[in-house]
Design a binder for this molecule. Structure first.
Ligand SMILES: [Zn+2]
Length: 178
């Protein structure tokens, strides 16, 4: 049994209470994720994992640390963000109840587990910053924070009415409201 996320467990198999800890650092074997952001092939994936021998099999608990890249869903700018995910799964001994994950040849293969945890944790609508103002609907250009603040409405409705009146007669004034 081979693979970048395969860990030998021979020394703790059927020895309930025994525990081992490993740190894996491997490049992602393929692109993980289909959306606006993904973990690219070759991106370093660090997995700190604890393997505990329990009656039913090997209980695997881990922390994944990697990075996803792609584009902001609002302004389409390139982004790269760290991603931390936790996971836990029981690798059962073969021959007992059917499970998704099994101890095979005294090894556990974490690849499917790690990939699924990462893909599920990827943001569906990633943003470059929490308050990204997005693109100007008129020009299609990326709005900056200053242009965002200029769009605030006047507080006093009388001033709003006056502003609307003057704007109608001054074509040089940009109308950003609406
Ligand atoms: Zn953005």
């Amino acid at each position: 049994m081979t693979g970048p996320f395969v860990i030998p467990v021979r020394d703790i198999v059927h020895r309930s209470g025994e525990m081992r800890e490993f740190t894996l650092e491997v490049p992602s074997p393929e692109k993980w994720g289909e959306g606006l952001v993904a973990v690219e092939q070759g991106e370093p994936v660090v997995v700190e994992v604890r393997l505990e021998s329990v009656h039913e099999g090997i209980l695997v608990t881990g922390d994944i640390d990697t990075e996803y890249t792609g584009i902001c869903s609002r302004c389409l700018t390139d982004i790269a963000e760290g991603l931390q995910v936790e996971f836990q799964e029981l690798f059962a001994y073969p021959g007992e109840e059917e499970t998704d994950f099994e101890v095979q040849d005294d090894h556990v293969d974490l690849e499917t587990l790690v990939r699924e945890a990462v893909v599920l944790a990827l943001p569906f609508q990633p943003v470059c910053q929490p308050d990204c103002p997005g693109l100007d609907p008129a020009t299609g250009k990326r709005l900056t924070e200053s242009t965002g603040s200029e769009q605030r409405e006047p507080l006093d409705p009388r001033w709003a009415a006056l502003q609307g009146f003057t704007t109608d007669h001054d074509d040089d004034s940009p109308r950003s409201r609406g």
